[in-house]
Design a protein around this ligand. Sequence first.
Ligand code: HEC
Length: 163
Amino acid sequence: MKRRSKIFIAIVVVLLIIQLPVFTPARNTTEAEPVNDIAKAYDVPMDILMDIYNSCYDCHSNYTKEYPWYYHIQPVSWWMALHIRNAKKELNFSEFATYPPEKAAKKFDEIREQLEKRNMPLRSYLLMHNEAKLSDEDYKNIIGWAKKMYDEITAKIDSVNRK
Ligand code: HEC
């Protein structure tokens, strides 16, 4: 066999092996009740809750809604699982109620910043999830809300510190 065909066959074999179910990462979902969801500790207007649920929770919560068919094709699921892990490390709406006030304020400030720059939701995700797209109005609403929450929490922290 030519060297080139050997390399080709080796690549095909590796691609086939990584399709085995053992190599598919566990799904990001849980039976547990979302007792520490952001809405349990902070005032989240219903329209904003719907927006972030539709556009952010797939990566930034413990409950990815549904996995697309291509999730079963490697290395797609590794790439998706990595995104979700990194996203949750930065911001997890399902754990938000456990964040100390300083951290919560910082996260609200980051949300404002990311949305002002239109960095979130990730562009690669929006390509496949039309329903997660936010309108200019939605961006404005969420930014205004995040700013208000940031101001409220920092004012509270300041008043406690002054005592
Ligand atoms: C497809 C997955 C995905 C979606 C959907 C998504 N994010 Fe992210 N987000 C990430 C990843 C991954 C990171 C980690 C940092 C990075 O790699 O850019 C992140 C980081 C962040 C950060 C922290 C950034 C920093 O300051 O370092 C914030 C805030 C954030 N996202 C907010 C949001 C909001 C708000 C939404 C919904 C409007 C959203 N994200 C939707 C994947 C996602």
